[in-house]
Design a protein around this ligand. Structure first.
Ligand SMILES: NC(=O)C1=CN([C@@H]2O[C@H](COP(=O)(O)OP(=O)(O)OC[C@H]3O[C@@H](n4cnc5c(N)ncnc54)[C@H](O)[C@@H]3O)[C@@H](O)[C@H]2O)C=CC1
Ligand SMILES: O=C(O)[C@@H]1CCC=N1
Length: 283
């Protein structure tokens, strides 16, 4: 870039919680040109904080209140059970207008609005772990005081780690059940396919290599052709062939029904997380 090229300005971003998702978002914005001085992370475990600051060159030494004070956007990336305590810490430190973005599962925007200064703009996000490699999928939903500008800013941040869609807040528990938890289902399927390969006599390494590439290639085929999955499945299924024999077993073992029940369980657990976070803390 020439020295005369206009510099993109980025809002000051503070990520509270430097775990799996906090790091994914951190890596995403830095890879997209955010300067290390524009980004900070907080993390109570010193070893982890040091790891993040040495890996990315960002500030990771401050507590939540201090790090939030100078932020234009605060991203809450702690576990749902820890959000209430974090909000109590930062509520008095936020400058008016600071955007609060939360990725915590289950907790509605109202949870934040009840605990932060009146008028605080809040955007609730459900991302997923492929964000780590820039292949995430996030759904975002505005709180009462978040306007188009706040949504656009959230999109700008999340787009650094993959696809971003807007969703009604009533759908975020369902989004959590599909794309938030979804990577785990895919890893489960890959592991099961690899195990099946071992059953049939393949080496574990060969079976896993083939299973991973099959999932990767199939996902790319879906995305690139835009075809319905049923059409693509039919193209694999020769009359009287191997695939129909296999899919009949998947049906007989209730795999489709298991996915439906799994999604309902994840949605219900997401709702429960909100109830637990709102309940008074014991112990
Ligand atoms: N892991 C996933 O696939 C997804 C997680 N989420 C949500 O993201 C949030 C974070 O999840 P993960 O990154 O998986 O968890 P994690 O356990 O890897 O990270 C949480 C981090 O917060 C730190 N922490 C704990 N208390 C803190 C405090 N008071 N102040 C600052 N940091 C504190 C912990 O030391 C830890 O490093 C959760 O609310 C989860 O519901 C959302 C979508 C996907
Ligand atoms: O399991 C969880 O609660 C988090 C939210 C979505 C994915 N992981």
């Amino acid at each position: 870039m020439s020295e005369d090229a206009p510099r993109t300005t980025h809002p000051a971003l503070t990520i509270l919680g430097g775990g799996v998702m906090g790091e994914a978002l951190l890596a995403g914005v830095l890879a997209s040109g955010w300067a290390v001085d524009d980004v900070a992370v907080t993390e109570p475990f010193a070893v982890r904080a040091n790891e993040l600051s040495s890996r990315y060159g960002v500030r990771a030494a401050d507590g939540n209140a201090k790090a939030s004070r100078r932020a234009d956007v605060v991203v809450i990336a702690v576990k749902p059970k820890d959000v209430g305590a974090v909000l109590a810490e930062i509520s008095g430190a936020l400058r008016p207008g600071t955007l609060v973005v939360s990725i915590a599962a289950g907790l509605p925007c109202a949870f934040y609005e009840q605990r932060l200064p009146a008028g605080t703009p809040v955007v609730r996000v459900m991302p997923n772990t492929p964000a780590v490699i820039g292949q995430g999928a996030s759904a975002i939903s505005p709180g009462t005081h978040a306007d188009e500008g706040h949504l656009a800013l959230t999109e700008r941040i999340l787009a650094t780690s993959g696809l971003v869609v807007r969703a009604d807040e009533k759908d975020l528990d369902a989004v959590t059940a599909i794309s938030g938890s979804g990577p785990a289902y895919v890893f489960y399927v890959v592991d099961a396919m690899a195990e099946a390969g071992v059953l049939l006599g393949l080496t574990r390494a060969r079976a896993r290599e083939l299973a991973v590439q099959t999932v990767l290639g199939s996902a790319a085929l879906l995305a690139e052709t835009g075809e319905h999955p049923v059409i693509l499945r039919e193209r694999v299924s020769s009359p009287g062939g191997t695939t129909v024999a296999a899919v009949r077993e998947l049906d007989a073992h209730g795999v489709r029904a298991a996915f439906l029940a799994a999604a309902e369980a994840a949605r219900d657990r997401s709702r429960q997380l909100a109830a637990e976070a709102a309940a008074p803390q014991h112990g």
